[in-house]
Write a protein that binds this ligand. Structure first.
Ligand code: VGL
Ligand code: ZN
Length: 221
């Protein structure tokens, strides 16, 4: 799909580049094929960055004792099931799994790939304003969506930013397709943005998972 298509003509557009950090690309929580999409996203930004009104990079920013790490729990291993429970309402839970330690603030694995960050010049890529939004700093809260935590009790400021910038269309790419890309796209849709996932610029953790979200269009760019 070329970027002259209708999607970008109606209203302002934001490109959300999710968690393109070394731990997901070639580190402790390496996503299959993650390395392949670095040059794809980089070339796309060079060619089409100027077509967007805002480019947001998100980061998983965890403390070393984060609740999503198996190492933070007694007798738990990475990829074992785990249920997050609301402190306010014990009946409110979110079932997921635990992870190897990843994206700890201050480590190399936490950094966004330099082939992408080196495109940022004076806060801009191709004249489009860029922004970096972190999530998952609170040791007790897990975030998949870059808008809010898995229990939907805390928000980042990304919704306010998109509203302030008058964004109508949100295009999501990055890692991982079945976790942070999926859940960020679902939030974006829920908050009323026309939402697209860029299928060729994302990779999944679970090989058996397929994207299927009514109301969110899967596109190639
Ligand atoms: C993610 C698992 C744990 C992601 C973050 O960015 O998709 N996945 N933390
Ligand atoms: Zn994480």
């Amino acid at each position: 799909m070329s970027l002259d298509s209708e999607q970008l003509k109606d209203g302002k557009s934001c490109l959300l580049i999710i968690d393109m950090q070394y731990d997901f690309i070639n580190g402790s929580l390496k996503v299959n094929g993650g390395e392949e999409i670095v040059p794809v996203i980089s070339d796309f930004l060079k060619k089409n960055g100027n077509q967007f009104d805002l480019i947001v990079f998100t980061k998983d920013d965890h403390p070393s004792n984060h609740i999503s790490f198996a190492s933070s729990h007694k007798d738990k291993k990475p990829f074992e099931e785990y249920a997050y429970v609301s402190e306010k309402d014990p009946n409110h839970t979110f079932k997921s799994c635990l992870w190897p330690d990843h994206c700890v603030v201050g480590t190399h694995g936490n950094e966004i790939h330099s082939d992408l960050t080196k495109l940022i010049d004076n806060g801009k890529i191709n004249n489009t304003k860029t922004l970096v939004v972190g999530k998952g700093m609170d040791p007790k809260r897990e975030y998949y969506s870059c808008f809010n935590d898995v229990l939907e009790e805390h928000n980042t400021d990304i919704l306010d930013v998109l509203k302030k910038e008058n964004i109508s269309n949100v295009f999501v790419c990055g890692l991982a397709y079945d976790y942070c890309v999926l859940n960020s796209a679902k939030s974006s849709k829920k908050f009323g943005f026309n939402t697209y996932v860029i299928d060729n610029m994302t990779r999944k953790i679970d090989p058996n998972w397929e994207f299927n979200e009514p109301g969110i269009e899967k596109i190639q760019m």
